[in-house]
Design a protein. Structure first.
Length: 156
């Protein structure tokens, strides 16, 4: 796994845009593997400590979402199951399963790109993430949405 320390090389964009770009790189890896192009990274104190992209087809596992891969990698890196000081960057609004996992990891913040009006956790009127988790959506939204939209267009 390749780690990036944001504080070592400040980009010309905001930290949210920078790390969403890293999540987009993961989404493109998923696309190259003929997976739904969703990517995620987990960041702690300016450093990427977990990466992931969808692996549901390769692993024949419906729970192998990008978020789950990145969160598991981050917990392994940290040597513990709680990620209170960490931020999950993901290219698509997490589903209910992934938002529930974020609850159990006690994630500090979730930043996502495109909204998912059909399957995203935001469609519920209940807060299913940890009460202290901060949620930000719409970061590089068009670019994130376009990847998924083009993937499904190619399938039709």
């Amino acid at each position: 796994m390749r780690y990036i320390n944001f504080s070592d090389e400040p980009p010309a964009m905001s930290p949210d845009e920078f790390f969403m770009n890293e999540a987009l790189k993961e989404a493109r890896l998923a696309l190259a593997e003929k997976e739904i192009p969703i990517g995620a990274v987990v960041v702690c104190k300016g450093q990427i400590i977990g990466r992931g992209h969808n692996l549901t087809e390769r692993l024949t596992d419906v729970s192998a979402h990008a978020e789950m891969q990145a969160l598991t990698a981050a917990a392994n890196y940290m040597g513990g199951k709680y990620l209170k000081e960490c931020t999950l960057y993901v290219t698509l609004e997490p589903c209910v399963m992934c938002a529930g996992a974020a609850y159990w990891f006690q994630l500090g913040k979730i930043v996502f790109g495109a909204y998912d009006v059909k399957l995203g956790f935001g469609r519920l009127n209940q807060k299913i993430t940890h009460p202290k988790t901060i949620i930000t959506g719409g970061i590089r939204e068009n670019e994130c949405a376009e990847l998924v939209r083009n993937f499904f267009k190619s399938k039709r």
